[in-house]
Design a protein around this ligand. Structure first.
Ligand SMILES: [Zn+2]
Length: 120
């Protein structure tokens, strides 16, 4: 039944894209966060992209800069990885670092990279 299969693929792609767009929005939110004076750890939103997640993670400025150095990488609450689109690269106590491997989500992540938009 190729027709039914096509619909399933389309629904799946749409939900993957939704997660990816959500991640891109969270990245914009996190980029705008200013560290509080005297606090080494900065509080960011989990960038997992799952609808309804409003949990926070704490990273140092250097840790966050390392995440942002690669357009396909996001920082999430440990266990908030979406395995369909991303692979866990590192696991820390405070956060997990994921890298997008799925093509649609990777395209969204790269095209919405704030560094790329600033350069353009
Ligand atoms: Zn989350």
């Amino acid at each position: 039944m190729p027709f039914a299969f096509d619909i399933l693929v389309a629904i799946d792609e749409r939900s993957l894209a939704r997660v990816a767009i959500n991640q891109a929005l969270l990245r914009v939110v996190n980029e705008a966060i200013e560290p509080r004076r005297g606090h080494e750890l900065i509080v960011f939103r989990c960038e997992g992209g799952q609808l309804g997640c409003n949990q926070m993670i704490e990273l140092t400025r250097a840790e966050y800069a390392a995440v942002r150095a690669q357009p396909r990488r996001f920082a999430v609450v440990p266990d908030h990885e979406v395995s369909e689109i991303e692979t866990t690269v590192q696991r820390h106590d405070r956060y997990a670092l994921v890298e997008i491997h799925e093509q649609i989500a990777a395209t969204v992540a790269e095209r919405t990279d704030p560094k790329r938009r600033r350069a353009a």
